[in-house]
Ligand binder design. Structure first.
Ligand code: MN
Length: 342
């Protein structure tokens, strides 16, 4: 996924800064609602995604620094996903589908097909580029793409990597979970992470209630894909993230509706490092971001090359150009501190 917002300004979050209209952490209510905004992915028949992270309200949840949710889209009308080769630095991308298929090619020499129920984790480290194209056979595309910021200690030294993992469902009374990163419900993903974190798809049957044991050192977000879900008794609209801060060893999730519900749980230890995120880059200061941009534009070795990208449009771009930098220096995101559950 590429961040194609027309003005991908950095987001600066200050403690006590602009809470969203429904943010309730200051009132002692344990959940804040992070509403999605619609963002076109670009291209001739641009597919639209619902972006919940980053936001002025809250830029990260643990190391999770970006969350796009899309579909279910009839690809015959939207054109599906066609993101030409574009770069990343200092992060990992997590592709998780509910429906459809996406072909991935990256400059680490990895070619893979992303399918529902399978974690595909790409590590950018020092620099990578990749393309993402929904397959011709895909009729409905539906999923999420999430980014994880890499800690400073490893962000420049981790090699380019593309890892694949298909978790077994874990059943509980009233539903099941697919734990794709970290540990939850007694199972652990074998995929390495670089800061303490968790990621899982959770399905809840109609009227099911789950008291989910979690690490009290983690903050959590519940991205609702389908159904009428509440977190700690607070209704989380479809496409939004319900945010729960640190300090609780249980999350109370409930399907309030008569249809099955599905959500994606993301969580982790508060990241503890300020990052600068602009376009598809995660760095630490404005000069670093400017250097990444220049090196991408100059086709420098930092990013390598994607071999074999075929987009949906024969006349389309073979490589996404970086947008212009804003005329002011980029500042680090200072994420609002996690609130503590009462
Ligand atoms: Mn990408």
């Amino acid at each position: 996924m590429s961040n194609t917002e027309a003005h991908p300004d950095e987001v600066v979050c200050h403690e006590g800064g602009l809470p969203g209209p429904r943010s309730s952490c200051a009132d002692g209510v344990p959940v804040e609602i992070i509403e999605a905004r619609e963002v076109p992915l670009g291209g001739p028949r641009a597919m639209t995604v619902r972006r919940t992270l980053p936001q002025r309200q809250r830029s990260m949840i643990g190391a999770w620094c970006f969350a796009d949710h899309y579909g279910p889209d009839d690809v015959s009308s939207t054109g599906g996903m066609d993101v030409a080769p574009h770069p990343h630095t200092g992060l990992q991308t997590v592709s998780w589908l509910f429906q459809g298929a996406i072909d991935h090619i990256d400059s680490g020499g990895n070619v893979g097909r992303v399918l529902p129920g399978q974690l595909n984790l790409m590590t950018a480290g020092h620099g990578i580029c990749h393309s993402e194209v929904s397959t011709r056979e895909t009729t409905v595309l539906h999923g999420v793409q999430l980014w994880l910021a890499l800690p400073d200690a490893v962000r420049d030294t981790l090699p380019r990597r593309f890892q694949h993992y298909e978790p077994e469902p874990v059943a509980f009374e009233g539903g099941s979970a697919l734990v794709f990163l970290g540990s939850l419900l007694g199972v652990a993903s074998p995929v390495d992470v670089h800061s303490p974190l968790v990621g899982a798809e959770i399905r809840l049957e109609a009227a099911a209630m789950l008291k989910l044991p979690v690490d009290p050192a983690f903050e959590h977000g519940v991205l609702v894909d389908a159904g009428e879900v509440s977190l700690e008794g607070v209704s989380v609209p479809r496409g939004a993230v319900g945010y729960a801060g640190i300090g609780s060893d249980r999350l109370r999730l409930r399907n309030e509706g008569a249809e099955p519900a599905r959500l994606v749980l993301i969580g982790g230890a508060p990241f503890g490092e300020d990052i600068v995120m602009w376009w598809n880059f995660v760095g630490r200061d404005s000069d670093e971001i400017a250097r990444y941009r220049r090196e991408w534009q100059e086709e420098a070795d930092r990013f390598g090359r994607v071999e074999g990208y075929v987009g949906h449009d024969p006349e389309g771009l073979t490589r996404l150009p970086a947008p212009a930098l804003p005329g002011v220096r980029l500042h680090p995101r200072q994420n609002r501190p996690p609130h503590v559950q009462g």
